[in-house]
Design a protein. Structure first.
Length: 109
């Protein structure tokens, strides 16, 4: 039984390779309006950004979120560290001073 499962795994693994193509190595930005949020508050001393959408909008723990300026220029990305139904918190590593209230944040696949 174990041999059959292992052989089935090998067939599936080689039929559907896990590597991405060379053309598409960049993360895909989700452009759906329901998966974008606005910055409500910035806690610069803790490097935390508070967003106006939460778990109901798809912002789950560990999800990658990127922040964009008004001219749609990428500023920085971070990870969701806390979610509630109506809001979420994102921790960024650097450059939090560039993030301002009212900026757009989008989930990244």
């Amino acid at each position: 039984m174990l041999k059959r499962l292992f052989l089935l795994f090998l067939v599936v693994a080689f039929a559907f390779p896990f590597t991405a193509s060379a053309e598409n190595n960049y993360p895909e930005i989700i452009t759906d309006a329901s998966l974008t949020a606005m910055v409500k508050k910035v806690y610069s001393h803790k490097r935390i950004v508070w967003l106006d959408k939460g778990k109901e909008a798809g912002f789950i723990m560990g999800a990658k979120v990127c922040f964009f300026s008004s001219s749609d220029e990428l500023i920085i990305c971070g990870n969701v560290v806390q979610t509630k139904p109506s809001n979420s918190w994102v921790r960024v590593k650097t450059s939090i001073r560039k993030i301002k209230k009212g900026m757009k944040a989008a989930l990244i696949e």
